[in-house]
Design a binder for this molecule. Structure first.
Ligand code: GLU
Length: 294
């Protein structure tokens, strides 16, 4: 059995808030209970939004909270060739296809279908599923357009991906209270032809996360319930790429007083704001229901 290995994997698109602190402290507590280790991973593939000061801020905030992580800290932006190799493996098996549609074209296609009274299925986030326009293009047309340098994403060919599996994907869930495991069916089909490779970088959140969890030997993923539905897609990618699958626990989210998710864009106080007004790390630990681990 591999040593229990967990990860806290923030995206440096802003400063950490109490929701991140809760997730990081819960990861630390579970790692400790399991006699394992907690790694830090910086998920910085969104080059348009990532800023070096946010990375520095995350490191400072976690240090302030009293969390220490083994070096080296993995930064996804340093591993684009690895993700591109995974993309190429999926493409070689025709499990993904290039999609040249702009957001506007997709919205227009969906509006046309809606006007005809066609059903508009939606993914678990409520976004209408991609109507599959580019899945129907010939390989020759797709190649010619790529060779002309037309911007494109790569989408899962969901029907082909599901056909490629010998058995339906499953997810192992564990309870942090007693370690109990249960295996549940995953339902990746509800994501439709999801984007697996973005336009600007040779990966996506979904592709990077399954590659990295495998490369880093992650045995237990502890993250917020907002990512629970995405695990279906991760289970599918793990099967298609032959990657080991960690066990998962999706924790309840820390919410603002109005019940909304915490987010910088909604004006949630960051850990740095709390620190600046005299809140201590011990206050944060206690406020989130954690006994000090030290
Ligand atoms: N980077 C993601 C976030 O900050 C978390 C990814 C994960 O834990 O799988 O929301």
């Amino acid at each position: 059995m591999n040593r229990p290995t967990l990860r806290f994997a923030p995206s440096p698109n802003g400063r950490l808030h109490l929701g991140h602190a809760y997730s990081a402290l819960l990861n630390a507590r579970i790692a400790r209970t399991l006699g394992g280790r907690l790694l830090l991973r910086i998920e910085d593939i969104d080059l348009g939004r990532v800023r070096p000061e946010f990375v520095a801020g995350i490191l400072a905030d976690l240090d302030w909270l009293g969390l220490r992580f083994p070096e080296p800290i993995r930064r996804q932006s340093e591993h684009f060739p690895d993700y591109a190799a995974a993309r190429d493996r999926l493409a070689a098996r025709d499990l993904i296809y290039p999609c040249f549609c702009s957001r506007g074209q997709i919205a227009a296609e969906i509006a046309t279908r809606e006007a005809r009274g066609a059903p508009i299925p939606r993914d678990p986030d409520g976004t209408p599923l991609y109507p599959g326009t580019c899945r129907l293009r010939s390989a020759d047309e797709a190649r010619a357009r790529r060779e002309r340098g037309e911007p494109h994403t790569w989408r899962l060919d969901m029907p082909a991906a599901l056909r490629a599996l010998s058995e339906p994907p499953t997810i192992r869930r564990f309870s942090p209270d007693d370690g109990a495991m249960e295996t549940v069916a995953a339902n990746p089909g509800r994501w439709g032809d999801a984007v697996i490779v973005r336009r600007d970088v040779p990966t996506s959140y979904h592709l990077s996360v399954v590659c990295d969890d495998a490369v880093q030997g992650i045995t237990h993923v502890v993250r917020g319930q907002d990512l629970e539905a995405a695990t279906d897609l991760h289970a599918l990618l793990q099967c298609l790429l032959g990657l080991p699958a960690p066990a998962y626990h999706h924790h309840a989210l820390i919410r603002a007083a109005d019940g909304e998710k915490l987010a910088k864009s909604r004006g949630s106080e960051s850990l740095a704001d709390l620190r600046a007004r005299g809140v201590t790390a011990e206050d944060v630990w206690a406020g989130l229901g954690f006994a000090i681990l030290r």
